[in-house]
Write a protein that binds this ligand. Structure first.
Ligand code: NAP
Ligand code: HSE
Length: 428
């Protein structure tokens, strides 16, 4: 019979314990499906005394994940600690240097060091698999690298941060503001240790950069993802968008344009009736457009112990079956260094601003937009206080650069109260 596959698991938190439970509870099923026994040799976490609801007496314990990664009785190093550098990166490099395969859920580490790690893996004839790093339980990495490998991908987009989608959909459903829902997420334990990773769009940007690399055969380039978080989205934006037939989502889009690779993660208005518009709570959705297949829509839970451990297990099972796929679906040597696109694909924009309620104020704003070639599609003043009036403008398709210049120039008109909010309208 084929040799057992011996696992070393570093990180026994939400995901790590989820993986340990599947390995224990489904040992027979996993053996039937892979034709070999999968067992844990050793584990590592920071606090050996912590009650994790599971007994670890059957496994060796390593205080240092690097030592775990280098053990002779470990075939696959399973990195579930997190953090873009530090122990996760050190231990991953140690495992690869020792020629061991690595399974990780760590999107931050791969977004920053993906190409370096993929190159190192290839030199050592080792693997890095990371299904759980993008969109939790949704098998999007395998869809791109395997199921859709016969396609040229034109665009990948989606909602890839459950926390942001929870906040935005709860604002819509309950009429509560961003700050109250941010607090609720903190209490529910939904937020990353650094909440900016979630609400600043960084976590979702990490994920998008990994999908881009596979879709377009490029080296991971997280630093070129144009990032915008959801912190400035007000209840009135949600309400106005609803009134116009839209929902606001933190939407990631990656596409190759004439001027290079465009990667952006930002709040967008999307049609209510679209699959992404209907996405509720912590659910994720990824849309992939290929030249042969057309449009594929994948949806499901983007986080949590079960869904994420399910994705980690799919990688372990793939390795156990002897399937060996390059980190980003092709040799690291063939991944090209992409040129970040110098422009953003034009789109209509929603602009909310507050104006001093005096004659000619609106005309000044319209003039500033006109000077930059930004054409107004619709405009409405929707109620006012004694001295100021909120105004909503929807533009025709325009370049982001022209819009940004116009927004800066609005401040010089002397009729603006506060800073305008501009949100892209993505008619997907
Ligand atoms: P977590 O609950 O915070 O668990 C992290 C684990 O790593 C803990 O067991 C911790 O030990 C251990 N750890 C941290 N530093 C260590 C070190 N220096 N040496 C040894 N162990 C160390 O995190 P998680 O939610 O399971 O996330 C793990 C990874 O999965 C991250 O990369 C995350 O981004 C990714 N991910 C998570 C989810 C999710 O839903 N949670 C979804 C997708 C991807 P102690 O327990 O002793 O403190
Ligand atoms: N913080 C992430 C989210 C966890 O909210 O989607 C899963 O990657």
């Amino acid at each position: 019979m084929t040799q057992p596959l011996r696992l070393g698991i570093a990180g026994l938190g939400t995901v790590g314990i989820g993986v340990v439970k599947i390995l224990r509870n489904k040992a027979g099923l996993l053996q039937q499906r892979t034709g070999r026994e999968l067992f844990i040799t050793a584990v590592s976490a920071r606090d050996r005394q912590k009650d994790r609801g599971v007994a670890f007496t059957d496994y060796a314990w390593e205080n240092d994940p690097v030592d775990l990664a280098q053990r002779d009785d470990v075939d696959v190093f399973v990195e579930l600690m997190g953090g873009h550098d530090g122990p996760a990166l050190e231990a991953t490099k140690a495992a690869l240097a020792a020629g061991k395969d690595v399974v990780t859920a760590n999107k931050a580490m791969l977004a920053h060091f993906g190409h370096e790690l993929a190159t190192m893996a290839e030199e050592k004839n080792a693997l890095i698999r990371f299904e759980a790093a993008v969109a939790g339980g949704i098998p999007v990495i395998k869809s791109l690298t395997e199921g859709l490998a016969g396609n040229r991908i034109s665009r990948v987009m989606g909602v890839m941060n459950g926390t942001c989608n929870y906040i935005l959909t709860q604002m819509q459903a309950t009429g509560r503001g961003y700050d109250a829902l941010f607090e609720e997420c903190a209490e529910l334990g939904y937020l990353e240790a650094d909440p900016m990773l979630d609400v600043g769009g960084i976590d979702a940007g990490h994920k998008l950069s990994l999908l881009s690399a596979i879709a377009f055969g490029t080296r991971v380039d997280f630093t070129s993802v144009a990032l915008e978080g959801i912190q400035h989205i007000a209840l009135e934006d949600i309400e106005q968008a609803d009134d116009m037939g839209y929902r606001i989502k933190l939407l990631g889009v990656a596409q190759m344009s004439d001027t290079g690779l465009e990667q952006r993660m930002s709040p967008c208005l999307v049609p209510k009736a679209s699959p992404i518009g209907q996405l509720e709570g912590g659910t994720n959705m990824v849309v992939i457009e290929g030249d042969e297949v057309g449009r594929i829509v994948l949806g499901g839970p983007g986080a949590g112990a079960g869904p994420t451990a399910s994705a980690v297990m799919s990688d372990i099972i793939e390795i156990a079956r002897g399937i060996r796929i390059s980190t980003f679906g092709q040799s690291a040597k063939t991944l090209v260094k992409s040129e970040p696109s110098s422009t953003v694909t034009p789109a209509p924009y929603y602009i909310r601003l507050r104006l001093q309620d005096k004659p000619g104020a609106l005309a000044k704003i319209a003039t500033v937009l006109g000077q930059e070639g930004v054409s107004i599609d619709r405009m409405r003043q929707y109620g006012h206080s004694e001295e100021t009036a909120p105004v909503l403008i929807v533009t025709h398709k325009t370049g982001r650069e022209a819009l940004d210049t116009a927004l800066q120039n609005m401040h010089k008109t002397g009729v603006l109260d506060g800073t305008p909010v501009a949100i892209r309208i993505e008619n997907i």
